[in-house]
Design a protein around this ligand. Structure first.
Ligand SMILES: [Zn+2]
Length: 499
């Protein structure tokens, strides 16, 4: 969903259109990728999805998923053909109610040819009927659908959607969602947003979830399993729903002691980032053997292992910070990952400060001092890390260090105005690292290209004089880490170990 201004008077101009050809160009196929330099095949060109309606049925015993996806779409060119990204077996595709021909190609392309070409600007409906066993589907040699003893989970970055719904799988194309899932009685289906209703019939229960604000495809999540559910409300009035697998065993207490802080943390973050952007909050911990957490919209996914050493509110801070930095404002391309991870990590530093476990300045010092110049850590450029290092620790730690350097350069008043202004400026849209630099220059009135280059783009450790001029006085010896260091480091496998 790219935001657009709708032009009134389209009908009035229809008579004029009759006089000239509807389109000068002949319809052509939409591109098989949206144009992301890291992942050329991800997403698709030529159209924009505004809404996904997913009506699914899932059997935990066999991992069988069957569904009908209805997509509301707008053509962005004269389309003879277009692609969706998907892996399950498709039995029928209809475009505007009429059967369309389809075939598969590449690693995850579903190629759809409508009976009639779609003119640029046309709103159209695509219905895809499908079924399959997600855990048996692979692309590029991996599956990102997680089987659990009691069901299955879709939560990964950047790849998650292919295993459960056909989509234009790139953050540039956000949409609203209705996700309706039928599961056997006694099992729950968890997704994003608000639970609108449930109904039971003949041994099956249907859960109807709604996300009414634009959401990137990788931020859509589905978890089926047996959960204990808790509900509440933040001080500011946002409803909270958390779900804990009944199989968390020894991790159950620590998981709850962390996620039950969700409302408090979200309210605290509004002080830095502005009003919480959605109408639902929460988190879920399914019975997966994964290690990472993910900021799935309104309802982050947390692996049980995040709580192996006791509660970790810091990881909750990280995933909730993404609701502004990553979800409300999303990357324009995956190379812009720093506008997500640098800020989510920095939020953990602010939380450390709040808890009296080390200031952001102390944590920044520690990052700078604890990695010697020959550490490969400094080879990673957080501003453009490459697909192989998209979730490298340096994107997080050096990324947050860069923000401390910026804070010291522009001063607290401008820095915190930036933190709050950015989510409002690009709300429900996409942005780049360069957009952030320009915004920081605008607000501070200072040229910042050199600072961004030193801290985000140089494939080497910033010099001691650079550190000194960023008020990050270099230390000869690494000092003892701030108290929060271990807990923050424990979230370092946030997105690693994926696939
Ligand atoms: Zn993150």
């Amino acid at each position: 969903m790219h935001r657009r201004i709708l032009v009134p008077g389209v009908l009035a101009s229809a008579t004029l259109l009759l006089a000239i050809p509807a389109s000068a160009a002949s319809p052509s196929p939409g591109a098989p990728g949206i144009g992301d330099p890291y992942y050329p095949a991800y997403g698709n060109g030529g159209y924009d999805v505004t809404h996904y309606d997913l009506r699914l049925k899932y059997q935990p015993a066999t991992d069988e998923l069957a569904g009908t996806a209805t997509l509301l779409v707008r053509a962005e060119q004269d389309l003879s053909r277009f692609n969706l990204d998907f892996l399950l077996d498709v039995s029928e595709v209809r475009v505007n109610g009429v059967k369309a021909s389809f075939s598969t190609s590449g690693e995850h392309e579903l190629r759809i040819t409508p009976k009639q070409a779609l003119p640029k600007g046309a709103e159209f409906t695509v219905v895809v009927r499908y079924r399959g066993v997600p855990s048996q589907q692979k692309a590029y040699g991996f599956t990102s659908w997680h089987r659990t003893p009691d069901g299955g989970v879709a939560a990964n970055e950047p790849e998650a959607a292919w295993w459960w719904f056909p989509s234009n799988d790139h953050p540039l194309d956000k949409a609203t969602y209705d996700v309706s899932v039928q599961v056997p009685d006694g099992t729950q289906a968890i997704s994003n947003g608000t639970l609108q209703s449930t109904s039971s019939q003949a041994g099956w229960t249907r859960y109807n979830w709604r996300s009414d604000k634009p959401q990137a495809t990788y931020l859509a999540t589905l978890a089926v399993g047996r959960f204990d559910i808790t509900t509440g409300t933040t001080e500011s009035g946002i409803p909270i729903l958390n779900a804990y697998s009944k199989d968390l065993g020894e991790y159950a207490g620590a998981a709850r002691a962390s996620l039950e802080r969700t409302g408090e943390v979200a309210d605290w973050l509004t002080g830095y980032f502005g009003p919480y952007p959605y109408n639902a909050l929460g988190g879920y911990v399914p019975g997966t053997d994964t290690g990472y957490a993910l900021e799935t919209q309104t309802r982050p996914f947390y692996s049980p292992r995040q709580f192996a050493n006791g509660s970790n509110v810091s990881v909750v801070v990280h995933e909730l910070a993404h609701q502004w930095y990553g979800n409300l404002v999303s990357v324009a391309a995956w190379k812009d990952i720093w506008i997500n991870e640098g800020f989510a990590r920095y939020a953990q530093w602010l939380w450390s400060e709040h808890e009296g476990e080390g200031t952001a300045q102390e944590l920044a010092h520690h990052v700078y001092a604890s990695h010697p110049a020959d550490d490969p850590f400094w080879k990673v450029k957080p501003g453009d890390p490459g697909p192989e290092n998209q979730f490298h620790g340096a994107v997080y730690d050096r990324g947050a260090l860069a923000l401390q350097a910026l804070r010291n350069e522009v001063g607290d008043e401008v820095f915190f105005a930036l933190l709050k202004g950015w989510p409002a400026k690009y709300a429900h849209g996409n942005a780049t690292v360069a957009d952030f630099r320009r915004y920081a220059e605008e607000l501070s009135g200072k040229p910042l290209a050199a600072l961004f280059d030193t801290w985000l783009y140089e494939p080497s450790k910033p010099s001691e004089s650079a550190a000194r001029s960023a008020s990050l006085t270099p230390k000869r010896q690494p000092s003892a880490p701030p108290k929060s260091w271990k807990k923050i480091a424990a979230t370092n496998n946030i997105h690693t170990g994926r696939h």
